[in-house]
Design a protein around this ligand. Structure first.
Ligand code: CP
Ligand code: NVA
Length: 306
């Protein structure tokens, strides 16, 4: 594994290896064990979109592993003035040991990785959010003691989150049911993956949230309008009315069903305040696990263990 660009690129074993290292990172931190696996190493973090969790978890993670993180806002660097990504890739490769990038286009991240000699980590694109979903799978396994055979449900927009949840969930042996309104389906490449062998029987895309939630062990949702879609917010509010995680929907799920949200959340839109607060413990465990999962990714990609 040289890069982490999307979960489609990873095998089940690679995903589980990251989750196992993440569990170990969490255990070590909780027991006061510190490690300088990344001493003297620098991660360049390029942000073309806002972030709280991704920036703080990567920056803190690098510090805790003995390394250093560099925040590069697109606007203030030469990228904002049009320097090509292939040149940025080759320059950063001469100074740094890894690059994390949050941007719009997946193709740009793939091109960055193609031209960089150092590992590239996708910190979110319009297509995928692999780092988040690694933390999500870690959290589900932590709470349910397994992943294989569990039923994951996603309610809402066919965006970066559901694209990565479908791939990650199916690869680790979960069943995945998704409810999206027509016109807001997951990416065609993800649907092609989910509808092919050996996953086809384990995946369902439906239009009715209650149908998707039937027998779920974990319900996921995400905002109706993602970063970059702010101008579509009103139109999306109309399209997604009813695609909400609320108490009625949770009654269709299994008893003890978890709720996960990558955050930030819009209470009263994709999730009610009641359901959010009833599951706040799990949701903030999920946010915390970004740190441990990111440290696992940094260690595996930049720490010398390939
Ligand atoms: N969930 C997530 O990626 O959060 P940020 O946008 O705050 O990084
Ligand atoms: N789908 C959301 C996820 C934010 C972490 C977005 O892209 O804005």
């Amino acid at each position: 594994m040289k890069d982490l660009l999307k979960l489609l690129d990873l095998s089940k074993e690679e995903i589980l290896q990251i989750l196992n290292v993440a569990d170990q990172m969490k255990y070590n931190q909780q027991h006061g064990l510190t490690h300088n696996y990344l001493q003297g190493k620098t991660l360049a973090m390029i942000f073309e979109k806002n972030s709280t969790r991704t920036r703080v978890s990567f920056e803190t993670g690098m510090f805790q592993l003995g390394g250093h993180a560099l925040f590069l806002s697109n606007k203030e660097s030469q990228m904002g003035r049009g320097e090509p990504i292939e040149d940025t890739a080759r320059v950063l490769s001469r100074y740094c040991d890894g690059i994390m990038i949050r941007t719009y286009s997946q193709e740009e991240v793939e091109k960055l990785a193609q031209y960089a000699d150092i590992p590239v980590i996708n910190g979110l694109t319009d297509f995928a959010h692999p780092c988040q979903v690694l933390a999500d799978l870690m959290t589900v396994r932590e709470h349910q003691s397994k992943l294989e055979g569990l039923k994951m449900c996603f309610i809402g927009d066919g965006n970066n989150m559901v694209n990565s949840l479908i791939v990650g969930g199916l690869k680790v042996g979960m069943e995945v049911s998704v409810a999206c309104p027509e016109g807001y389906d997951p990416h065609p490449d993800v649907l092609a993956f989910a509808q092919s062998a050996p996953y086809a029987g384990k995946f369902r895309l439906v239009r009715t949230p209650l149908e998707a939630a039937q027998g779920a062990d974990v319900v996921f949702t995400d905002v109706w309008a993602s970063m970059g879609q702010e101008e579509e917010a009103a139109q999306r509010r109309a399209a997604f009315a009813g695609y909400q995680v609320n108490e009625e929907l949770m009654k269709a799920a299994n008893p003890g069903c978890m709720v996960q949200h990558c955050l930030p959340a819009h209470r009263g839109e994709e999730i009610t305040a009641e359901v959010f607060e009833a599951h706040a413990g799990e949701i903030f465990d999920e946010a915390e696990n970004r740190l441990h999962a990111q440290k696992a990714v940094l260690y595996l990609l930049m720490g010398g263990e390939q």
